[in-house]
Design a protein around this ligand. Structure first.
Ligand SMILES: Cc1cc2nc3c(=O)[nH]c(=O)nc-3n(C[C@H](O)[C@H](O)[C@H](O)COP(=O)(O)OP(=O)(O)OC[C@H]3O[C@@H](n4cnc5c(N)ncnc54)[C@H](O)[C@@H]3O)c2cc1C
Ligand code: SF4
Length: 530
């Protein structure tokens, strides 16, 4: 059986940080990642194929978006080397001091994490959108905050993106990838600068996003860590000789392998880590002593989106980084509810498709007589077309209460089927916070001439979708309260850690990736001191 010192499951914000820091401490680190290693040449951004990760059939569908529908709650997460950073909107902000006032183990406070927030910001090269590059959405947020007398709450958000101060929209075809300037980062990876193409959530075509594969994971590999994509971890159990035996499916080779590790760090995300441990406790019974709190305390982080139509204003939601700014109501001034209003955006999938079609036409010798005319039309469509130009996706997060419980179960109509992950979601835990956020969306858009439409999925059915799942293996001071301690070590299982969004025990009401990475920096520092 293959042996290693430290095995890390997953390569997102928790896993990438742990892989680097433990490799720097001298451990032989092996990272097993269920998804592929993607590059701008192989991104599934426009072809429509290979997008989806299917946890039930990963050999066939191993794309980079894992979308799970659990009835009233749906969850989106990344799959691939770099985890959620590949498809996230790059906003990198720390949790607020008052996030730590309740619900955490005693050792975790804002002060304890402050130096680690700074390290993450430096590693991810976090910077706000330059003032000369505000998008129409940035300006709308500023106007809206001023229109309701809350101008001081407007703030431009830091992002893990490399901007070129010289880029501006007055250039000819400003969003053309050729305007991106190439540079080599300190980890030896070639990157570009942002051209505001709006594709952040389907992968940056010019590598202006400072994704984890270009910094933390690149540096970990330089320190000797090995990253194996398409390796799906299925179970683990304590080994007789110490450490843990880990069962893995090699998706490319189509075979099962076993690996012995002295220490295991599970960093498969809120849903992935919780599911893996639930299977080990309840299905395979290889970790029977896991806390009864496993799967409890799951949070949606109060994510909500309200579209609004602006008949007389250019919004261009498909241009510019996906999120750029916020109006900050995290101080509880709105009847005690705490939330952050942000602008949202979405990629111009149709434009991307047209661009690809144009490339194919140019290389197709049988395109026929009308080829040049067709190319002219496509070029015109690509440069002029923006049918959704008047649509504003008002977005944001709120500090909701824990409303989800994850467990395994079989459908009543097919009891012979494999156990599936289920979620019991009580919308009432999120209702006050989400209602406050959505009411603010309505107020801000009406104050600026917009026509908001609160989605019927929420108004009528109380259904939500979140890209920010938190909890499931919550951090706490005892196994009666949670699953792991303040370092992420699993109660009752020494040298078994969980370190990712699954350990966060309270809703942050803001984009959580920097807090997850800072918790991992903290955990690695604690391990070093032992
Ligand atoms: C569209 C979108 C936009 C977002 N925008 C932002 C944003 O702007 N700012 C922000 O802060 N957050 C954003 N997020 C959320 C952010 O991506 C997550 O909070 C973050 O990635 C969570 O980090 P993590 O370490 O918990 O898990 P992840 O980053 O999800 O990493 C978990 C990794 O584990 C792998 N894995 C899972 N199961 C297994 C297994 N059994 N075996 C092997 N590998 C496994 C997964 O493939 C994945 O790579 C966004 C998310 C989405 C989906
Ligand atoms: S807007 Fe385009 S270039 Fe800029 S970070 Fe996003 S995907 Fe990359």
């Amino acid at each position: 059986m293959e042996r290693t010192d430290t095995l890390v499951v997953g390569s997102g914000f928790g896993g990438a940080v742990m892989a680097l820091r433990l490799a720097q401490q001298g451990a032989r680190v092996l990272v097993l990642e269920r998804g592929r290693r993607w590059s701008p040449q192989s991104y599934p951004s426009v072809s429509g194929r290979h997008w989806r990760w299917d946890e039930r059939r990963p050999e066939r569908h191993n794309g980079w978006i894992d979308f799970r529908a659990f009835g009233d709650m749906s969850v989106a997460a990344g799959a691939g080397v770099g985890g959620g950073s590949l498809i996230y909107a790059n906003i990198s902000i720390p949790a607020r001091p008052d996030n730590f006032l309740r619900g955490w183990p005693a050792a975790i406070s804002y002060a304890a994490l402050a130096p680690h927030f700074a390290t993450v910001q430096q590693m991810l090269k976090v910077a706000p959108l330059p003032a000369n590059q505000f998008t129409p959405r940035t300006r709308l947020l500023r106007d809206a905050a001023e229109a309701i007398g809350e101008g001081k709450r407007f703030t431009v958000l830091p992002q893990a993106v490399t901007f070129d101060p010289a880029w501006h929209t007055r250039r000819e075809r400003p969003y053309d990838y050729r305007h991106s300037r190439t540079w080599t980062n300190e980890h030896g990876r070639v990157q570009g600068t942002c051209v505001h193409c709006g594709n952040c959530d389907i992968g940056c075509p010019v590598q202006a996003k400072n994704t984890l594969d270009l910094n933390y994971l690149a540096e970990a590999e330089q320190c000797g860590a090995e990253i194996r994509p398409l390796h799906h971890v299925r179970w683990l159990r304590p080994a007789e000789e110490g450490g843990y035996e880990v069962g893995v499916r090699d998706l490319a080779a189509g075979k099962d392998v076993r690996i012995l590790a002295r220490r295991v760090v599970i960093a498969a995300g809120s849903i992935g880590s919780t599911e893996l441990l639930l299977r080990c406790r309840d299905q395979y019974q290889t970790l029977p002593g896991l806390s009864d709190r496993l799967g409890h305390g799951w949070l949606s982080n109060g994510d909500f989106l309200t579209p609004a139509r602006y008949p007389h204003r250019d919004i261009s939601p498909s241009r510019g980084p996906t999120i750029s700014a916020a109006i900050d109501f995290l101080d509880g001034s709105q009847q005690g509810q705490r939330f952050l209003v942000e602008d949202g955006g979405f990629p111009d999938v149709v434009g991307n498709l047209l661009r690809r079609r144009k490339r194919r036409l140019l290389t197709d010798p049988f395109a026929g007589l009308g080829k040049h005319r067709l190319i002219g039309i496509l070029r015109h469509l690509i440069s002029k077309r923006d049918p959704l130009t008047g649509l504003m996706p008002w977005f944001g997060q709120a500090q909701d209460e824990a409303g989800g419980v994850l467990s395994l179960g079989r459908p009543w109509y097919a009891p012979w089927r494999r156990n599936q992950l289920r979620m019991k979601w009580d919308y009432r835990a999120a209702e006050p916070a989400v209602e406050a956020l959505s009411s603010m969306h309505v107020r801000l858009s009406e104050a600026t001439g917009g026509q908001p439409l609160v989605p019927a999925t929420w108004r009528w059915f109380r259904n939500l979708v979140t890209p920010h799942p938190l909890g499931g293996c919550n951090m706490a001071d005892s196994p009666e309260q949670g699953v792991v301690d303040h370092r992420g070590e699993v109660f009752g299982y020494p040298e078994l850690f969980v370190m990712d969004g699954a350990v966060v025990p309270v809703a942050l009401g803001l984009n959580p990736s920097q807090t997850i990475a800072a918790l991992a920096e903290y955990a690695a520092a604690q391990i070093a001191e032992r």
